[in-house]
Each structure stands twice: as C-alpha cells, then as structure tokens.
Design a protein around this ligand. Structure first.
Ligand code: IMP
Ligand code: MG
Length: 183
C-alpha cells in the first residue's frame, strides 16, 4: 500500500527528538512566562503540529491566536513585503505577552515583520519560538528567542513543513527523496 513516508526516507528529526524538543521548550516557556499573560500565536499552516504539541506541555494558562502570512522575499520581490492573509482576530493586545510559534526560520523576513506588526498593534511584549532555525540562510538581522533545533541548509518537510502543500502531516521531519534524486 502507498505510504507517504516512503517519499521522505531521510529522517532528520524523529518523533522521539520532537518529543524531547517540545518538552524542553515548554518547560522553559512555563518558567519564563509565569508572571505574564501568555498568548501563543501560531503562524498558519506550518506551526500547527508543533503548536499543538507544545501547548499541551505548557503548564500555564495560555490563550491561542493565529495569523496567516506570506513573505515575498528573495526570488519574487526583493523588498520582502509581508502579506497578511489572516490577521490576529482580537483587539486590545495591551495586556498580552505574545509568543509567536513558527515552524522554521530561513531568511528571517517573515518573523521579523510579524513581530513589528504585533508591536505596532500594541502588544505588551512579543517573543518568538521556532521549531527549526537555519541561521546560515539569514538575510535580515533577526534572532528568535526559543529555538528547538538549528539545522544546516537542507530543504525539509514534515511535522507541519510542506513542499507545495504536501508532507505536512508526516509525524517527523525529513529530507524528501527528490532532493537527492535531483543532485
Ligand atoms: P523566512 O521568511 O525566509 O524566514 O521564511 C520562513 C518560511 O519559509 C517558513 O514559514 C516556511 O514556510 C518556509 N520554509 C523555509 N525553509 C523551509 C524548508 O526547508 N521547508 C519548508 N518550508 C520552508
Ligand atoms: Mg510555509
């Protein structure tokens, strides 16, 4: 029977490591935000599995919000304009300590602009938590506050990450077979 995981044979971060990463991050966040009003803000769609796992390990009360954005950075428009498809659906962010949850940081353009946007909307504080970081790819000055794991410049899929909307549902992160076949 066809199995989608046959298309992603090289596993980079397995289930057990994902479990360890979300446990560690959730413990740090629970400690750091104990006197704050934590709002977890997921960037759709890639953050969904990561956010779902981490939220259930955070021991503080936390509100949930989402944004859907796309960044036209390198390749299309060099200005790196941020397009907001779904903005945060609440007003009165003055007493919110927002922690943006993202799947991966590449150039850094998306999260840098999301943070600026939320501060402009009046959020009391805005920090960022990414599952994966590719620091070697950075094009703008941006440092995430919480990082699950740094990875080299590989194209990865699974656990929220997609190629052409595919592979997001895999329970691990891997390098799709086609990356090796095209070499
Ligand atoms: P940035 O604005 O360049 O930091 O782009 C971050 C976005 O690019 C992420 O939210 C992902 O949607 C996408 N992205 C970057 N690297 C990868 C990858 O290796 N696999 C899948 N998506 C990626
Ligand atoms: Mg994406």
């Amino acid at each position: 029977m066809y199995n989608i995981s046959d298309e992603v044979k090289h596993v980079l971060v397995n289930k057990e490591e994902l479990d360890r990463i979300t446990t560690d991050l959730a413990a740090r966040i629970s400690e750091d935000y104990k006197d704050k009003n934590l709002v977890l803000l997921g960037i759709l769609k890639g953050s969904v599995p990561f956010m779902s796992d981490i939220m259930r390990k955070i021991t503080l009360p936390a509100e949930l919000e989402f944004m859907k954005v796309s960044s036209y950075g390198s390749g299309t428009v060099s200005s790196g304009e941020l397009k907001i498809h779904l903005d945060v659906l609440r007003t009165g962010l003055e007493n919110c300590d927002i922690l943006v949850i993202e799947d991966i940081i590449d150039s850094g353009r998306t999260l840098k602009k999301v943070v600026a946007h939320l501060l402009e909307k009046g959020a009391r504080s805005v920090k960022t938590c990414t599952l994966l970081d590719k620091p070697s790819r950075r094009e703008v000055d941006f440092t995430p506050d919480y990082v699950g794991r740094e990875i080299p410049d590989y194209f990865v899929v699974g656990y929220g990450l997609d190629f052409d909307e595919k592979y997001r549902t895999l329970p691990y992160i891997g390098i799709p077979n086609f990356v090796f076949e095209n070499k």
